[in-house]
Design a protein. Structure first.
Length: 458
């Protein structure tokens, strides 16, 4: 490895590559790519359920994940529990405060990665605790039981416990929850002061967008487990972005030249999906190795749009695979004939729609076989694009578990782009996709009895 490469890896305190996390089969974070520079403060923002806390827990090694998490150039999985605790400290949103334990005893727990084999603290451990209590104005509270402290004092004790770990990375989950505005500023000032004094890297999940914009160097906006946008607070905190992601009516006002205040405004009308944006669209700064596109809705054009993208991919020289879950070879669709001439690998494994089925058990078995082939293609790194045409039908029939589909898509090799088509896409699939387009039917010739025309409809 070259010296330049080593220097770059060390300057990145944290690196996530295609990281996915699921709880009981339900995806929470999907294919996340993220880098955090050493010594910086990254704020994780987004609506409830966006995946902020889960990302922190994955970085800390508290939950299983797919993909790669790098800590200072080392893989998270290669670090022992003791080594990981010496590199990463975490302040949870609701830290456990044992009844009867004093502040000094509680903060000393943070030194456990350095205790001797017999679990005893050293004089150095006690000196580190005393110094930290003094820096956090907790020394006079050292002998107080935790349950007698105010909310702000308990939060300071939790930060003290994290700081005595002497870790270079500090993860903080909602540090200002349930605190008044004065205590919020006090806690965030403590964290920022420790970051600057000790050259810490801070990653904090934050609900208050104005505070997040004041303290973080960069903000990562998340929604449904996906990274929507990342950049300086002034570029991320716009009225259009917040209204679209949080479904909130807000005004964003500048404070000085760099900071913006996000102010809820109930006098604003509810945002219409057809409203003309007042802000320029955000500049794309995230370079993803691939994307997942979902074409759904009750209108025509879902498959046709996917096949148009197939032509683009072929023009780029990508290997492409198309798997049709409903149409069988007897359909002889024009797209298949044209695509095969262009070198596209095309599978028509479907057995027709259920209303045409003469043997439902066979139709279900054929759909499962199509999914088996699809999983093989998704797991292969041989394709630049895989199209799963009309996959939502067998999912909604209950023949293919949606959790299997989401897991297979999340686990695919990073260069493989995916397009899924079909009406009534389940919510899990919507959350797993990067781009979702819903085709809406306004009018259809079939409603007037006009039969489908070969070359137009199929």
């Amino acid at each position: 490895m070259s010296a330049v490469r080593v220097t770059q890896e060390r300057s990145r305190a944290i690196e996530l590559r295609q990281v996915s996390v699921a709880y009981e089969g339900h995806p929470v974070v999907l294919g996340l790519d993220l880098e955090v520079e050493a010594g910086s403060w990254l704020g994780l923002i987004g609506p409830n359920g966006a995946g902020k806390t889960t990302i922190l827990r994955a970085i800390a090694g508290h939950v299983p994940h797919r993909g790669r998490i790098g800590i200072g150039g080392d893989s998270l999985g290669s670090l022992s529990a003791r080594e990981l605790a010496r590199r990463i400290a975490m302040v949870p949103q609701h830290p456990a405060m044992p009844v009867g334990m004093t502040v000094a005893q509680y903060v000393l727990l943070g030194r456990s990665p350095y205790f001797s084999y017999f679990g005893r603290e050293s004089s150095r451990d006690r000196a580190v605790v005393t110094h930290t209590l003094e820096r956090l104005n907790l020394l006079e509270l050292a002998t107080r039981p935790l349950e007698t402290l105010s909310g702000g004092e308990q939060q300071r004790a939790a930060i003290g416990r994290a700081l005595v770990q002497d870790a270079r990375i500090l993860l903080v989950d909602e540090p200002t929850s349930a605190l008044d505005v004065g205590r919020q500023q006090e806690v965030l000032d403590l964290i920022d002061g420790a970051r600057k004094d000790r050259d810490l890297t801070v990653v904090a999940a934050m609900h208050d967008l104005t505070l997040a914009g004041q303290y973080a160097d960069r903000l990562a906006l998340l929604e449904g487990g996906h990274l929507v946008e990342i950049g300086r607070p002034a570029t991320v905190l716009t009225e259009t972005t917040i209204a679209g992601t949080y479904r909130a009516r807000v005004r964003v006002r500048p404070i000085g030249t760099m900071v913006r205040a996000v102010v809820p405004d109930r006098t604003l009308p509810p945002r219409s999906p057809h409203a003309v944006p007042r802000d320029a669209p955000p500049v794309a700064v995230v370079r993803a190795p691939s994307v997942v596109i979902l074409n759904t809705g009750d209108g025509k054009g879902k498959s046709t749009a996917a096949f148009g993208t197939v032509l683009r991919a072929v023009a780029r020289g990508w290997p492409v695979c198309v798997i049709q879950f409903m149409k069988s070879g007897k359909w002889k669709v024009g797209e298949e004939q044209s695509a095969r001439r262009l070198g596209v690998e095309w599978w028509t494994i479907g057995d027709g729609f259920t209303w045409d089925s003469k043997d439902m058990d066979r139709t279900q078995a054929v759909a499962r076989e199509a999914w088996r082939v699809a999983r093989e293609k998704l797991a292969s790194s041989a394709y630049g694009l895989v199209v799963l045409d009309e996959l939502t039908y067998p999912i909604n029939f209950g023949w293919i578990p949606v959790a299997e589909v989401v897991e297979a898509i999340a686990a695919r090799p990073s260069p493989v782009n995916v397009i899924v088509t079909g009406r009534d896409a389940p919510e899990e699939l919507v959350r797993a996709a990067d781009t979702v387009t819903e085709m809406r039917s306004r009018k259809h010739a079939f409603d007037r009895g006009v039969r489908a025309i070969r070359g137009i409809d199929f």
